[in-house]
Design a protein around this ligand. Sequence first.
Ligand SMILES: [Zn+2]
Length: 243
Amino acid sequence: MKDWETLEPDVYRLMNKHYTPGRGGRKIRYIVRHHTAGVLTTEQVWNVWQTRQASANYIVEPSGRIGQLVNDWDTSWANANATANAESITIEHSNSAGAAQDWPISDATIEEGAHLAAALCRAYGLGRPEFGKNIKDHKDFWNTSCPYHLARGGKYHQRYMQRAQYWYDRMANPAPTPAPAQPEDTDMGFTDEDRRIQREIWEQLRGPGGEGWPQLGQNADGQNLTLVDGIAALRRDVNTKEK
Ligand SMILES: [Zn+2]
């Protein structure tokens, strides 16, 4: 990742189809883990999903490089379950070799994937990573073995969860840093004013406390829509009227 705080990925390759704009008024509640059943980079998986009706929010490549394919505020088509798609951020973990080697996953992918899961748990207020609560597997929603060795009971699962908890604790309680000898040079970092503006933009997008905006209306479950959900609904209306 370029930035774990702002969740800036190493690379963006956003899908132009096979995802749903917005989240239909639902809140992000958990992370869903997948493996790709293939050795794939961000660009390669984007190509696969041009013809397959599928997508995920992120992929962690064999090198540990992280690509984003569907923005966090949009719904990926990963879990074969509409509710789980709308309520989750989905992470694909690439394998480092194929079926002949029984679909291994590299140490770098485990480490960066766990770090990403931790950063997402922190950014969306999901709490300390805990399997079954805020970290789930594809197989919890569909008759599949995915994410195979990464799934609960698999050979990578325990390490993944331990590293996710480690990174979450590190981010929640950053190690104290020595005070700078001189006032901080602000042109390389964010000032307090920058951070205030970032918070303001964030709140405008998701509504107060991430609860959506009452004036945008509600989904079938009575949850307020976010700004993105509102625009997505507007677009659906426009499309319907054009037909
Ligand atoms: Zn999967």
